[in-house]
Design a protein around this ligand. Structure first.
Ligand SMILES: Cc1ncc(COP(=O)(O)O)c(C=O)c1O
Length: 546
């Protein structure tokens, strides 16, 4: 319980405040303790300051550092040297490095204290009587409180991004930095222990036998499809091989089908979940099952597809199922993680994903030993030996540095999903009076949404959606249409033979109405309220026409 509270405190956006050495040195320990005992802010000092403080307080500040009350800004030596060459002091180098991490963070240095002292000229006499140390403390306290207010004021108009990766990465900065340094030093850059360890941890997290790291989510899909083809006795699929998928997905899903040699067939989505509709799949298969070999359901925006129905259909028609889990790592159906239900799960570690790397990356998950073995081959040019390919493979390995960073970030996935679900709950409560205007994400019983995106449906359609979009932009609220063109409308795919499996009326309708709004797990309560209020304001000034 205590740990959970600590973790909750840790995964919370806090106002970053840097206190320079010549200020911090002058504060008494008891005042320093008071200053940093603040849940809303996090305090940084430089590694140079910590040395001075150790000497001054005889290691008594250890506990403040261990509890994360004081954090260290530790610029790389090269950075300090470069700054010294530009006639900056090492301490200023630390300050500049802090600015690199937090553009709008608060810096409290000697200049600020002097300025404040000037402003408070009148009180100088009084301060002299109270003694210099107390004096600095009083001034510092005032500066901190004024700077925090100023910071909060600025935040009220600062753009709320769809996702601000810096927030989360700054919270786990030290862990990431350590892993990068270790990786840099030991030169194990291709596969090896780091990739093995991450694959094991991911398999354990998902509850699946094998995970295999590859270069991207797109490659995960291509390699999964190729592995299926190889298992079925073909090197590549042929044009006659049809694979059913949804038109509401990123282009990579269809691109992968075509790259594996097969033909995508777009089947309509469910109007409530926006995921591929099992009824429509069945309808299509009932009429025209010829050539269909598999289904790729995509858990769009992080909501699981109706996998129970999809697996039943697959069994009935003898089809394979490859789950495109790119947007939904961590989502569950009755406690079972998506990506473990079909024959293969495909995951993307694109930086904005639920588990995002610091670059590209992907993985496949499967309980099928043969598929796992083929994918391992395919990612390394197609052979167990690098020099004798058994299949036409790819150079598609997960980078060791990505694997090691993903392993750090995996520990936080569930907590971040929980935070996103809390934000979704706040949106639901805050927007409940707009039921006649908006449809909010629907979560069927037994499913856990992972909210890669929070996507609303503007009931009045395209024109009002466009106006809402512009209104949000003007008010500094990030938003995006995922996706501006559904795949059945992409000429390239049609030219290459992609087919349309029945009426796509739900897709047509939904494509004109969807809009995603920010769901960064570290949004503050104030930011969530701001999003809600701006949406409400828009609709109160856009009355429904009868
Ligand atoms: C549904 C879906 N499939 C596939 C991909 C491709 O993943 P990547 O960008 O890692 O290649 C993405 C990522 O954007 C996606 O959202």
């Amino acid at each position: 319980m205590k740990n959970q509270r600590l973790e909750e405190q840790r995964l919370k956006f806090k106002i970053p405040i840097y206190i320079s050495q010549n200020v911090i040195e002058k504060i008494d320990l008891k005042y320093l303790r008071k200053l940093v005992d603040d849940d809303k802010s996090e305090f940084y000092i430089s590694c140079f300051s910590v040395e001075k403080l150790y000497t001054k307080y005889k290691k008594k500040i250890n506990d403040l550092i261990k509890k994360g009350k004081i954090k260290l800004i530790n610029p790389p030596t090269e950075y300090i040297v470069a700054q010294i060459e530009q006639n900056e002091k090492p301490e200023i180098a630390a300050e500049n490095f802090f600015k690199l991490r937090y553009e709008d963070g608060i810096i409290i240095n000697k200049e600020k204290i002097i300025n404040k002292e000037k402003i408070k000229e009148k009180e100088k006499e009084k301060r002299k009587k109270e003694g210099r140390k107390k004096n600095i403390w009083v001034i510092l306290k005032e500066i901190v409180s004024e700077s925090v207010k100023e910071f909060q004021e600025k935040r009220k108009t600062k753009k709320i991004e769809m996702l601000d990766l810096k927030r989360f990465h700054n919270l786990i900065y030290d862990e990431l930095e350590l892993e990068i340094k270790k990786w840099l030093c030991d030169t194990n850059y291709i596969l090896g222990q780091r990739v093995d360890d991450f694959e094991k941890e991911l398999a354990n997290y998902l509850g699946v036998k094998h995970c295999i790291g590859v270069a991207s989510g797109t490659d995960a899909l291509v390699l999964a499809l190729r592995a299926m083809a190889i298992k079925m006795g073909k090197e590549f699929f042929s044009h006659e091989d049809k694979i059913i998928t949804t038109p509401l997905t990123f282009t990579a899903t269809a691109i992968a089908i075509i790259r594996a040699g097969a033909t995508p067939v777009f089947v309509d989505i469910d109007p409530k979940t926006f995921n591929i509709s099992p009824e429509k799949i069945e309808e299509y298969l009932h009429k025209d099952p010829k050539g269909v070999i598999g289904i790729i359901p995509v858990h769009i925006y992080g909501l699981p597809c109706d996998m129970n129905s999809i697996m039943e259909i697959a069994k009935k028609y003898n089809l394979f199922v490859i789950e495109d889990t790119s947007q939904a790592l961590g989502a569950e159906i009755e406690g079972k993680k998506v990506g473990t239900i079909g024959n293969i799960g495909c995951h993307s570690f694109y930086p904005s994903k639920n588990l995002g790397g610091l670059g590209d990356g992907g993985a496949i998950s499967t309980n099928d030993d043969e598929i796992a073995e083929i994918v391992r081959r395919l990612r390394e040019c197609g052979g167990k030996s690098r020099f004798i390919p058994e299949n036409i493979g790819y150079n598609s390995r997960l980078d060791a540095v990505q694997a090691t960073l993903l392993k750090v970030k995996l520990k936080y996935v569930d907590k971040l999903i929980e935070l996103k679900n809390k934000i979704a709950q706040k949106y639901k409560e805050g927007l409940k009076d707009l039921e006649h205007e908006l449809e909010l994400p629907y979560i069927p019983d037994g499913m856990k949404h992972s909210f890669h995106q929070y996507t609303i449906k503007v009931k009045r359609g395209e024109e009002v959606r466009q106006r809402l979009k512009e209104f949000l932009e003007k008010r500094g609220i990030g938003n995006f249409i995922y996706y501006p063109v559904f795949l059945h409308k992409i000429q390239l795919f049609l030219k290459l033979g992609a087919q349309i499996g029945g009426s796509l009326e739900n897709s047509e309708d939904i494509s004109k109405k969807i809009l995603s709004i920010p769901i960064d797990p570290l949004l503050t309560d104030e930011e969530v309220s701001r999003v809600i209020n701006v949406i409400k304001e828009f609709f109160s000034s856009t009355p429904t026409q009868s």
